[in-house]
Design a protein around this ligand. Sequence first.
Ligand code: GLN
Length: 228
Amino acid sequence: MVAGARAASPEPDGALTVGILDLQGDVAQHAAALAELGYRVRLVKRPADLDGVAGLVLPGGESTTLSMLLESTGLFDAVSAATAAGLPVLGTCAGLVLVAREVLDGRPDQRVFGLVDIVVRRNGYGRQQQSFEAEVPFGSGEAPPLPVVFIRAPLVVSAADGVDVLAALEGVPVLVRQGSVLACSFHPELTADRRIHAMFAELCESYAVETQSVGPGRPSGARWLISG
Ligand code: GLN
């Protein structure tokens, strides 16, 4: 187990618990999406709430407000420590801003976790397009396009070589992954397509296996399956 990691334990029924940052923003829809996939959800309001979670969603909202609240609750340092130990993260919209390396047009005192080597521009899709819907190619050639909803979305200005661009709209990355961090400039919780949450779920499952020691009575290589 990586130093600093807080073991992600499954419940007796095998379901993992996934945390959702609950300081401000779009929490309920993420909770519903994860519950639909068979996860237990923990609303994370203080550092102790991170104990035992297999992943953390940073929802949309307002990244400047989230930054302030993360500081005042002590969660900024706690989340930084947990992610340094490998805790998977799904950052959506304002959550993408929070995981970026650098933010343009942010507040000077706005803090970010710097988990994904991207530069983003807050509200970068501009005023006339504050909210819009589109579809982007996603997955293998056969897979249906991914419906995407943008609400005052951040624009990914650049992505370093180590960043996987998993979906793009007009050449601009809208879904990126670096290590166990997945981030998108749109709101996957607002459509019925669960492929983004399912992809995040896979990262959570791997993390849960990595942070548990395989002891006697537990077959090596066993995975906890998600119920439902
Ligand atoms: N514009 C917001 C920000 O900068 C993000 C909007 C959203 O999350 N829907 O944080």
